[in-house]
Design a protein around this ligand. Structure first.
Ligand code: FES
Length: 183
């Protein structure tokens, strides 16, 4: 390729103007003026694509939060404890709805049980089943949840623990579903 004296622009081997050149030559020009043009054009393209990706991502997050807001996963009920297996104030770890989902069952009264996912809503450390002070404690970053509601009360966690719905039938406690909550 050679340069013209008046414009200081390089002439392509076929002598045709830049507009008539193949795309690869336009994308990788030799001359600074054209390179800046491509850089501006690519930067604009980058901005548009990044903005579009950001918008799509935000929309997905909003849609997911709305969907998760008060959703309940109905799954097959499973027996998780005998009615008199736990004394009031005691707790038990179980897995529901799958073996990979640790949960904690707490007997909060003579006829009252609550159960939550055992994974802290901050960074998924297991909360400790020690509800003596009416709290569930996450030792990782000192997060606390109200044992009666599963809502975050102190520390980094902001979202409540997923609640496990329970039923008592024939002297047995069953887990019947998972309630995902955002507030
Ligand atoms: S993981 Fe529970 S407080 Fe951070």
């Amino acid at each position: 390729m050679r340069r013209t004296s008046e414009e200081e622009n390089t002439i392509a081997p076929d002598g045709e103007p830049m507009d008539a050149q193949p795309q690869w030559r336009k994308d990788f020009p030799i001359d600074r003026s054209q390179d800046e043009f491509v850089a501006r054009r690519d930067f604009t393209k980058f901005l548009v694509l990044t903005s579009a990706a950001f918008g799509v991502g935000q929309s997905w997050i909003v849609a997911k939060s709305l969907a998760d807001g008060a959703s309940e996963r109905t799954v097959e009920a499973r027996e998780i404890a005998g009615l008199n297996e736990l004394e009031v104030g005691k707790s038990k770890i179980f897995h529901f709805p799958t073996a990979a989902d640790p949960c904690v069952l707490v007997r909060t009264g003579e006829n009252e049980f609550v159960a939550y996912s055992q994974l802290c809503t901050h960074l998924s450390c297991p909360i400790m089943p020690d509800p003596r002070d009416g709290q569930l404690h996450c030792p990782c970053h000192n997060g606390f949840f109200d044992v009666a509601t599963g809502r975050a009360t102190a520390g980094p966690p902001k979202r409540p623990l997923p609640k496990i719905n329970l039923e008592v039938r024939n002297g047995l406690v069953f887990a019947t579903g998972v309630e995902l909550r955002t507030v």
